[in-house]
Design a protein around this ligand. Structure first.
Ligand SMILES: [Zn+2]
Ligand SMILES: [Zn+2]
Length: 381
């Protein structure tokens, strides 16, 4: 059992604002009686060691005389100043306050009498970002903003159509016999087996025994305790009792132990691989037609009008078409190759309406991309 730590507090005279020692019952400066003041805890206040003083401190809170306001020790039956009875007076309260930082009281304190040195807490090191990196980020963001801003700007220009270019393509497919392979049980419908063989499909681990190995591990151990100040008790007589508590101190300890580590061997797992023939539609080529002055048309593919699933038969697959129109600015002679308006590909209908030699009002962005040709129908796209 550790002896209680009792410290003398202080109080501020309500009459002249002088700070007085806690045990003083009248003001050092003006002589006013202490009255019902608030006692202040002093972290570095005088520790009360004298046996008689300690007895006074722990006897009980003072009481305040109802008639003259004088402070009287707990065990006095009558007022020291005016002899009024204790029963008429007001007993001060014994109050507890926790020490948590903030509260006006001290921060948590660790006793110098800790049985083991307190743990050293290691804060992760923050590496500051280099200046060039920060500057680079700022420039990149500004650049992006500038691009977005330029693209959103619109300028109007009058331009002449000086060239046209179109391209149309059709994927051609043919029904063919294909040689393929699959694991047994996974063959597609219509497969005609050609040959089969046993092949390694995967490997599995087979336990062959155990090996004794030493391994290290970390264990948290309590290596001692330390005293931590949890709060203070206002004894109501100008003295404070500190409330201390034991807190465990832990440390990570490296230990070794012997473990049985399983040993495995890889063993192949065989399965049946089947080669088969199957008839499928396969992409064989892309038929392309393109031109500049002529009317756009789809290429010849030689596909059957009503293709059947017969080996050698051809059919048409996906189609794609692209249209480009070259404009020349009437103002500065700069040329613009347009294959989209805004984000939409240039349509066949727009391509047809744009005839060489025609003049059009064209909206271009700050980045020099054609955004719209308002004269084309439908006007907004
Ligand atoms: Zn005073
Ligand atoms: Zn009195």
């Amino acid at each position: 059992m550790v002896e209680k730590i009792i410290r003398e507090g202080s109080w501020i005279c309500p009459n002249c604002q002088t700070k007085n020692r806690g045990a003083k019952e009248t003001c050092d400066a003006c002589g006013a009686v202490r009255g019902n003041v608030q006692f202040l805890y002093e972290e570095d206040g005088q520790v009360v060691t004298d046996a008689a003083e300690r007895a006074k401190a722990t006897a009980g809170p003072d009481w305040i005389c109802a008639f003259c306001g004088n402070s009287n020790a707990f065990d006095r039956p009558t007022c020291q100043s005016c002899s009024a009875a204790r029963s008429e007076g007001t007993l001060r309260q014994v109050k507890e306050a926790t020490v948590k930082g903030g509260e006006g009281l001290a921060r948590r304190q660790v006793s110098p009498h800790a049985t083991v040195a307190p743990d050293v807490r290691i804060e992760p090191v923050k590496v500051p970002l280099p200046l060039w990196f920060k500057a680079g980020c700022v420039i990149a963001v500004l650049g992006l903003l500038a691009l977005v801003g330029l693209q959103s700007l619109s300028f109007e220009d009058t331009m002449t159509v000086v060239g046209k270019e179109w391209r149309r393509a059709i994927q051609v497919m043919q029904y063919q016999t294909c040689r393929e392979g699959a694991w047994r049980g996974e063959l597609p419908a219509g497969a005609r087996e050609i040959r089969r063989q046993e092949k390694i499909r995967s490997y599995r681990d087979v336990l062959i025994g155990y090996q004794t190995v030493e391994e290290t591990y970390t264990e948290r151990q309590q290596v001692g305790t330390r005293k931590v100040k949890k709060g203070v008790r206002d004894l109501g007589n100008g003295r404070f009792e500190e409330i201390w508590d034991d807190e465990p101190i832990y440390r990570d300890v490296q230990k070794t132990r012997t473990v049985q580590k399983p040993q495995y061997r890889k063993e192949p797992v065989y399965d049946t691989w089947i080669e088969f023939d199957i008839d499928r539609w396969k992409d064989i080529e892309k038929a392309v037609a393109q031109g500049t002055t002529d009317e756009p048309r789809w290429p010849e593919t030689g596909a059957a009008a009503h293709p059947r699933d017969i080996v050698g038969e051809k059919r048409e697959g996906a189609r794609e078409e692209t249209y480009k129109v070259t404009f020349k600015s009437d103002k500065d002679g700069k040329t613009y190759v347009v294959d989209k308006l805004g984000h939409q590909p240039l349509s066949y209908e727009a391509f047809r309406r744009l005839q060489p030699g025609d003049h059009h009002k064209v909206i271009i962005s700050g980045l020099g991309l054609v955004k719209d040709i308002p004269g084309l129908q439908p006007s907004s796209r």
